[in-house]
Unconditional design. Structure first.
Ligand code: HEM
Lengths: 360, 270
């Protein structure tokens, strides 16, 4: 691969650009789901990605990072998730077209056929476990489980990474304090997921793939899962190196890479840059604007949205459901907002009260 | 129930076979003939404690691979296979700071054809992925909608337990990868609001001048049984990994499968 292409790709994978591109591609893939999911088109995408991978692997750094034993499953996961993303949207496209023609989803054709669990299901399970066993054995023979030096608390590896499935949260640590990224966000994910069936009152779309009949639910979930979870796991695994600095896929992990840290709190923007008065001594006056901003975001936006963008949704959901939903949504979205604030104006904290370990 | 055929019309082999299948041992083990008609097929499922978590009959649409992606089933398969390989690993592994690492080296270097550790580690990675994908398909088919809200909730708990199983297991090899990943992970607990010593509002919990929440008594200490990751953490994680969490997951899986059945089988359009 020519050097200038590598440099260009390294630059494109900088978090700000890469996440922006990913968000755009994601929404485009939902918008044009009937086009790109056509088998020929999708096959083309697959072939292109494999070719790209094969060309990339000639690069020494790329080869090193993707062949780390623990990274092999993550590489495989990207393809598997991609495949199932295609499969679900493909079926949604077919179903949505059928529904438009008044035929009902394809699942409906077979839903009243009853088959015997023995043999139809039991045999399927049996074959699936044999295949599963075979794949596991082959994988285990080919890739040896990693083992590093014996544990030592005096030698800190650089970078120190959490287990791969938590790397999305570790990535969030760049933008949020640990009490948010490590405690509040994961708890909200769990609670939010559990709340889903009670929030989503759309009676349509139960028991078949569809996008058209529930675009908001499907879009919201997939955005969280694919962009905020899988993509950030990918970033954390392949693009975060020493000192949690960002490195392109063809860039060597240089421990001495210097990245200027010039992050500024909102209070410093207001009092130092704009008013020029210097920070007030009391934390209350210092942080008042940030506190108002956060409270405003969570209390003023919901009623406005209920009257405008989400009007029909509000009518269907009622006060309580709507508010639970919108709070979860605003918090999901605040992650994106905070990332962009960091990339564009180097904002560190909106509220910073180190006196109480309370930073947002 | 085995069919009784007239014995005299048959060859010696068939007679011998009939003797076997008519014997008390055989009929006590296999209570019906080969499942080939509606009756025996239903019986095959209903009279077997393992199979009877299934209904006798199901919707054809729920059988489709393109519908379920087989991901719930694969998650369960991986859980079972992890239980077996984990049990075998327990024969070789001692959860102490002194032996843990060398036991892993022994497993790795000295056991002929040893792929138990690989099977266990890759199986665990795979299970995390299959559980995520299972959740994705359940969401995208709207299968959490009534009457399946409760089972979706059980599923979310299973997801959490799956991640915790993986997380507690990550420490056990007791190498640099393990100890530092767990350090990064558990450090977050320091910042838990109220009950973490570097968390917001922790200062509120005070008796006079004495802070109730400090580095030696907070959420992180509770997880790691010490101010640093050490031998006590290893033991704690080992017990949770091998006994505590698998037990909880087993119970929840039983509930999960039972609910799939009671909620009318795999979802389908009405
Ligand atoms: C250890 C993890 C899990 C195991 C072993 C498991 C297993 C299964 C199995 C075997 C089924 C039958 C249908 C299928 O295979 O798709 C099923 C259905 C279901 N699972 Fe799970 N599951 C797990 C985790 C989850 C999670 C994380 C969720 C959601 C958050 C979930 C929600 C559901 C629901 C709602 C159904 C009913 C689906 C329908 O009727 O179509 N499960 N599960």
């Amino acid at each position: 691969m020519p050097e200038f292409v590598k440099l260009a790709i390294n630059a494109l994978t900088a978090p700000s650009i890469f996440v922006t591109l990913a968000i755009l591609v994601f929404f485009a893939s939902l918008k044009f789901y009937r086009i790109w999911t056509r088998p020929k088109f999708a096959l083309g995408l697959l072939v292109a990605s494999i070719l790209f991978f094969l060309i990339s692997i000639t690069d020494a750094h790329f080869q090193w990072i993707v062949s780390q034993p623990d990274n092999v499953p993550i590489m495989a996961m990207l393809y598997v998730v991609g495949f199932f993303y295609w499969l679900s949207l493909r079926q949604a496209a077919i179903n949505d077209e059928r529904i438009e023609q008044g035929k009902g989803p394809m699942e409906a054709e077979e839903t009243n056929d009853r088959v015997h669990v023995w043999p139809d299901l039991v045999y399927t399970e049996f074959i699936a476990s044999i295949l599963g066993t075979a794949i596991l054995i082959i994988w285990s023979i080919l890739v040896k489980a990693p083992l590093e030096q014996p544990a030592s608390l005096t030698r800190t590896p650089n970078p120190s990474k959490a287990p791969w499935y938590f790397l999305g949260l570790q990535e969030m640590l760049v933008y949020f304090d640990p009490w948010l990224a490590g405690v509040v966000l994961p708890s909200l994910i769990v609670v939010g997921l559990m709340a889903v069936p009670y929030i989503d009152k759309n009676p349509k779309g139960a028991g078949y793939f569809t996008l058209k009949e529930r675009p908001f639910a499907v879009g919201g979930f997939l955005f969280g899962f694919l962009v905020l979870w899988i993509l950030l796991v990918f970033n954390g695994t392949f693009l975060r190196g020493p000192n949690w600095n960002f490195f392109g896929p063809y860039e060597d992990w240089d421990v001495h890479k210097l990245v200027p840290l010039v992050n500024v709190n909102l209070s410093e923007f207001i009092y130092v840059k704009w008013l020029g008065t210097g920070l007030p001594a009391s934390w209350f006056w210092r942080e008042l604007w940030g506190i108002l901003l956060v409270i405003g975001y969570l209390t003023i936006l919901p009623p406005i949205l209920a009257k405008t963008l989400f009007r029909t949704m509000y009518a269907r959901m009622g006060f309580l459901r709507y508010n639970v939903m919108i709070q979860l949504l605003l918090i999901e979205f605040s992650m994106v907002i905070k990332m962009y604030l960091r990339w564009t104006v180097n904002l560190k904290y909106i509220i910073a009260i180190p006196e109480f370990f309370f930073n947002i | 129930m085995a069919e009784k055929t007239p014995v005299k019309a048959k060859s010696a082999l068939a007679q011998a076979w009939a003797m076997v299948t008519d014997s008390q041992i055989w009929t006590s083990l296999i209570r019906h003939g080969y499942p080939e008609d509606a009756r025996t097929r239903s019986l095959a499922v209903l009279t077997n404690v393992f199979l009877h978590l299934h209904p006798a009959k199901m919707r054809k649409s729920g059988l489709r691979m393109r519908y379920t992606w087989c991901m719930g089933g694969l998650s369960f398969f991986l859980f079972l296979s992890l239980t077996v390989t984990g049990l075998l690993l327990m024969f070789y592994y001692r959860p102490t700071a002194e032996y843990a690492f060398s036991d892993i080296v022994y497993l790795r270097e000295d056991i002929p054809l040893g792929i138990m550790r690989e099977l266990h580690r890759w199986g665990a990675h795979a299970m995390v992925i299959t559980v995520w994908l299972h959740m994705m398909r359940v969401f995208l088919t709207g299968s959490y909608k009534p009457p399946r809200e409760f089972n979706w909730g059980i599923g979310v708990l299973l997801l959490v337990l799956t991640l915790l199983l993986s997380f507690t297991g990550y420490l056990l090899p007791w190498d640099q990868l393990a100890i530092w990943a767990i350090t990064v992970g558990t450090n977050m607990a320091r910042a838990t609001p109220v009950v973490g010593y570097e968390g917001p509002l922790a200062q509120l919990l005070k008796l006079g001048d004495i802070a109730l929440v400090h580095a030696g008594a907070d959420a992180r200490y509770f997880l790691t049984a010490g101010r640093l990751i050490g031998a006590q953490t290893l033991l704690r994680f080992y017990v949770l990994h091998c006994v505590g969490i698998p037990l909880a997951a087993t119970v929840l899986m039983a509930v999960h499968f039972w609910r799939v059945r009671k909620d009318g089988g795999i979802s389908g359009p009405m």
